[in-house]
Write a protein that binds this ligand. Sequence first.
Ligand code: GLY
Length: 355
Amino acid sequence: MINLSVNIKSENKSYPISIENQSISTMREKIFSFLNGKNFLVVISEKVEKLYGKELGFEKSQKFILKDGEKEKNFKNYKKILEKALKLKLTRQDAIIAIGGGVVGDLAGFAASTYMRGISYIQVPTTLLACVDSSVGGKTAIDTSFGKNLVGTFYQPDIVFINPNFLKTLDERQFKSGMGEVIKYSFIEKSCKCDEELNLTNFLSDNVQKILEREEKTLAKLIEICIKLKISVVEKDEKESNLRKILNLGHTYGHAVEKITNYKKYTHGEAVVEGLRFAFNLAVKKNLIDKNYKYFADDVIKKFKFCEIPKFDLPKMIKLMQMDKKSTSKYIIFILPKDYSVVEEFSFLPEEILL
Ligand code: GLY
């Protein structure tokens, strides 16, 4: 078992993260022991409910089952969750438990952050992407017709239970989606300013096969490394004023890929991988890195066999990138590689990207 903790000094809040391969029933006992008699509402992904609902053993009346897909992270479901919490008479002393991927975590977290001005929430991530990224750090959100994650809060969970056993049943594309974020971490590692030298790049190249085969211990170690990097960043900059922006490597172009395909064709991680390719190409064009580093990055990506994404019309993509919430009215903001595992923020005028 690996026990980590996140300390948010500005809020005087600290919370544990446990990474443990364990049976669902053991994990359930730990959740109950953490709840310590609190009343609760479980927000659970439909897929996870089908696969693990019986073993998890929550009563129907205590559950809000969320269909899968980004489009479910909407106002309607947010309202339904709040109404269900009200119906269950949850008080400020009670809790919401999010069991699922990033969509469930973001939506349930947002509901928890606003219900009675904020109640406890517990993250139980069941996808690789949620285990390595979205379950830690307190970003909560819902999507609107104007774009993804445009309404949300920074609101930290009270505990995160990561059980890599859930990943055994994750479908291949969702697994690869998580790997997109993992690879991103390898390209930002030194900029994360973690006290420990974790060397994710070496870990990835030494363990390609074991990772693709989802070998339990390897996945637990992989998650531990990514979470340690994320903790290091979030502890230094919870609200994304500076350092946390580096987590957006690959996301400026990646979000445009998701948008131009209506969030239907590619998973978030697949789009991020395309965004990484774009970022490395742009960094070469701008003389930030030499071509060898770009070839090295291409090689790392190739090892994990991501799908091919076609080149979209660049002027159209630029328009979409200008709408990214990190961009300003004039400049498009990118996190770009500067050296091996080192990144920095850059702003470009649209015409400077077309060059
Ligand atoms: N997923 C990026 C962040 O948590 O800041």
